[in-house]
Design a protein around this ligand. Structure first.
Ligand code: MN
Length: 426
């Protein structure tokens, strides 16, 4: 039976990294079919981590609702419409079933072979050795789509007199049957939760699937379980610290790659040990992992932060140059630069350097003014740092904020939103 290891919704690096590493550990300690998944979109930083260490990223999954395709049985034979009635009848008898699904030569589902209809043919003395199943010999049946949620179709199936139901895919091709008794069985997979334990924070559908293990560093608000489960929790800065500790306790050494992924989770959650949630355990485990990985936590942090923060990975001057456009309009020569930062804290920290780099760019390019738009795409806001011709900045419709920047709530586009205002000001 398959076991999914999964972190919380809106996953962060710790959530994704700990799922990856715990799946690795469980595989090594004998769990057969285990897969790390990600509740929704893989964050860009995590994508960078997997690429950097050259490993396959965890698979993004929208939900873990049990679907008809998870219950499909191949035990019930499917018969082709080109069979003669005589042979079809023989198959039906051999199968011991009360009906069998029929498909055409392209695999399309036609209907269920119905003994009642066959009986009618007997009575009419039709030649059963000649006739094939193309004729409408099928009784009406409940037909399931493989993507149907079991939750939605369960009661209709249980009330239905038949023992099994044909399953088709999006194209109408017959993929198999679901036996009625499958609805009484446990879901065909299990969950291991990392970096969360509250069902509401978990992947949609979690409430339908038994949880067999939790590894977490949050408050506990876990639902009661039917059976004993493995639960590992501690007050540490990152779930990856706990997973690293579990590797050690099991006498297992993470590979270079897994060690690197674990480091990424630790530094992402502890902000490179700056966060007040950091503990000695985080530092100790990280030091052990650094030896196995051969790469320093600091450089992994810098690489990861550089993904969506130019200011974390470049000098102020380079960040400014990375996306600066030169304009000559209304008799003025100016540059509008833009950087994207997931929050503007780093921008505020670097304002003096950025302003100095802008002054330099103004004299080097003989500009009248220069503006740098720092955009936070997550919150959907920008702030503008302006140097040069003061009359222009005064004419812009933006309110002054802290550090002398102009606040641009809801503004994201240089071309469509900033430039027209600058032109109007000119
Ligand atoms: Mn965490």
């Amino acid at each position: 039976m398959r076991t999914f290891v999964c972190g919380h919704r809106n996953p962060d690096v710790d959530s994704v990294a700990s799922a990856y590493a715990l799946a690795d550990l469980r595989r090594r300690t004998g769990m057969k079919d285990v897969e790390a998944i990600c509740a929704g979109r893989l964050p860009e930083k995590a994508k960078w981590v997997f690429e950097h260490f050259g490993v396959k990223p965890v698979r993004p999954v929208r939900d873990v609702y049990v679907r008809v395709r998870d219950l499909v049985s191949r035990d019930v034979p499917m018969i082709g419409a080109s069979l003669t009635l005589e042979n079809a009848l023989r198959r039906l008898e051999e199968s011991g079933e009360s009906s069998l699904p029929v498909r055409d030569t392209d695999g399309k589902f036609l209907g269920m072979l119905s003994p009642a209809k066959l009986l009618g043919l007997f009575i009419a003395k039709a030649d059963l050795t000649m006739r094939t199943l193309d004729a409408p010999l099928h009784h009406c049946s409940l037909v399931l789509n493989e993507s149907d949620r079991v939750h939605d179709i369960r009661s209709a199936c249980i009330k239905n007199p038949h023992n099994h139901f044909p399953v088709i895919d999006e194209e109408g091709l017959l993929v198999g049957t679901v036996l009625k008794r499958a609805f009484a069985e446990e879901p065909p997979f299990r969950m291991i939760l990392v970096d969360h334990n509250e069902t509401d924070q978990g992947i949609p559908g979690l409430e339908e699937v038994p949880v067999v293990e939790v590894v977490d560093h949050h408050r506990i608000a876990f639902a009661a379980t039917k059976e004993p489960i493995r639960y590992t929790a501690d007050v540490v800065g990152s779930t990856c610290t706990l997973v690293a500790r579990m590797f050690r306790a099991a006498g297992e050494r993470p590979t270079r790659e897994t060690a690197g992924v674990l480091i990424a989770g630790i530094v992402a959650d502890t902000l490179l040990f700056q966060s007040p949630t950091t503990t000695d355990a985080d530092r100790t485990m990280c030091a052990w992992l650094e030896k196995l990985c051969g790469e320093r936590a600091q450089s992994i942090m810098a690489g990861m932060m550089g993904v969506d923060s130019p200011l974390a990975s470049m000098t102020a001057a380079d960040a400014l140059k990375s996306d600066a456009k030169l304009y000559t309009e209304g008799g003025k020569r100016f540059m509008l630069a833009q950087i994207e930062e997931t929050n503007l804290a780093l921008f505020h920290r670097h304002i003096d350097e950025l302003a100095a780099a802008m002054e330099e760019a103004i004299s080097a390019n003989a500009l009248d003014f220069m503006a740098l738009m720092a955009t936070d795409p997550v919150r959907g806001n920008s702030e503008l740092l302006f140097r040069g011709d003061k009359a222009v900045s005064r004419a812009l419709p933006y309110r002054k904020g802290p550090d002398g920047v102009l606040l641009m709530p809801g503004v994201l586009s240089r071309k469509k939103q900033l430039l027209p205002e600058v032109l109007a000001a000119l």
